[in-house]
Write a protein that binds this ligand. Structure first.
Ligand SMILES: N[C@@H](CCC(=O)N[C@@H](CS)C(=O)NCC(=O)O)C(=O)O
Length: 296
C-alpha cells in the first residue's frame, strides 16, 4: 500500500476499510459500515484522486448501479478512474440494496428485478420489505452525511445506470438541494409504467399510487420543474431493454420539455445496455459533473 497519500478516517469512524489499490494518480478504496437505514452492513467503493488523498476538497459524483449489481460492476468495468484522476474528481459507488449476511436475514424474491440487487432506491412501506429496504434514506441522508464527514468532498453530483439511472433522476429532482448535477445512463425513466418497476412497486408500496408517482422519474421531473441548468442522458439505440419497454426514454424527454428542464439526450447507435456502453460514455458524464461543480 502506498502511504504517501494516506487518507485518514475520523477518530471514531464507523467505516471499516476493506481494500486500497493505487490506480492512476489516486486510490480505489472499498469500505463497509453498519447502516441504521437498512439495519445491515453496507459496502461502497470510492475513488480518491491524489488531491483528495492530500486533504484538498474535490467535487464528487455518486453512481447508482442497476439491477443485479453491487459496487464491483462499475468499479471493475466502467474505467472511470483515469478521468477522475485527471480532473480531481471523487467517484462513489454504493450497493444496490441491503443483503442477507450471517447475522441478518433480508427478504428476497426469485425475480432479479425485485428484492436484493433491486431496491429502486426507495423507502419501502410494505412488509416484509419496509424493515430493511430503505435505500432512499440510506443514499440521501445516511451515506450522504457519512461521505461528507469522512472525505474531503466539496459538492456532490448524482448519476447511475438503468435502475440506478432512475434513482439518480428521482433523487436528483426530489432533493435538488443536495446535488449540484444530474446525469443518467440507460435510465428507467418511468418505473411505474415498466414491467420491472411495477413488480417492484407492488412489493414495496402496494396500492398507494401516490408513492408510485413519487418514485417515477418522468412524473417527478414534471411535478418539480427545472432544477439544473442541464442534465445529460445517454441511451444505447440497440439496447434490448429499450425495445422491451422497460426504459421509456421518450417519457423523460416529454417530461423535461413540459418542465422546461434542459436535457441533452443522446441515442448512441449500435450500443446495448452493457458496461461496454457505459465505458464508452462514462468520461462525458464525469466531465459533465465536473463542469457543473465548477459553476456551483
Ligand atoms: N441479468 C439480467 C439483466 C440484468 C442487467 O442487465 N443488469 C444490468 C443493470 S440493469 C447490469 O449492469 N448488469 C451487470 C453487468 O453487466 O455487469 C437478465 O438476465 O436479463
Amino acid at each position: 500500500m502506498n502511504n504517501s497519500y494516506n487518507h485518514s478516517l475520523s477518530a471514531n469512524s464507523q467505516l471499516v476499510q476493506k481494500s486500497v489499490n493505487r490506480c492512476f494518480d489516486g486510490e480505489q478504496h472499498y469500505y463497509s459500515h453498519q447502516s441504521m437505514s437498512t439495519k445491515t452492513s453496507m459496502t461502497f467503493s470510492i475513488y480518491l484522486p491524489d488531491e483528495a488523498l492530500a486533504g484538498r476538497r474535490c467535487p464528487a459524483v455518486l453512481y447508482l448501479s442497476g439491477l443485479t449489481c453491487n459496487a464491483d460492476n462499475v468499479t471493475h468495468k466502467a474505467h472511470f478512474q483515469q478521468k477522475c484522476s485527471e480532473l480531481g474528481m471523487i467517484f462513489i459507488a454504493p450497493d444496490t440494496s441491503p443483503r442477507s449476511s450471517e447475522n441478518v436475514e433480508v427478504p428476497n424474491d426469485e425475480r432479479y428485478f425485485v428484492g436484493q440487487g433491486a431496491s429502486y432506491y426507495v423507502d419501502a412501506v410494505q412488509a416484509p420489505w419496509a424493515e430493511h429496504f430503505n435505500m432512499q434514506s440510506y443514499i440521501v441522508d445516511e451515506l450522504y452525511d457519512l461521505l461528507r464527514s469522512e472525505f474531503p468532498i466539496d459538492s456532490i453530483g448524482i448519476t447511475g445506470h438503468s435502475m440506478g439511472g432512475h434513482g439518480a433522476l428521482v433523487l436528483g429532482f426530489k432533493f435538488p438541494g443536495k446535488f449540484v448535477s444530474v446525469s443518467a445512463l440507460s435510465p428507467v425513466c418511468a418505473a411505474s409504467e415498466s414491467a420491472w418497476g411495477q413488480a417492484a412497486y407492488e412489493a414495496y408500496f402496494g396500492d398507494d399510487k401516490s408513492l408510485w408517482a413519487q418514485a417515477d422519474a418522468a412524473q417527478m421531473i414534471e411535478k418539480v420543474g427545472q432544477q439544473y441548468s442541464s442534465i445529460l442522458v445517454d441511451q444505447g439505440a440497440a439496447d434490448n431493454f429499450l425495445a422491451e419497454g422497460q426504459l421509456q426514454t421518450s417519457k423523460l424527454q416529454h417530461a423535461c420539455e413540459k418542465a422546461k428542464q434542459p436535457l441533452t439526450l443522446r441515442y448512441q447507435a449500435g450500443h446495448d445496455h452493457s458496461y461496454y456502453f457505459i465505458q464508452t460514455v462514462i468520461n462525458d458524464h464525469i466531465e459533465h459533473h465536473w463542469r457543473m461543480a465548477q459553476l456551483s
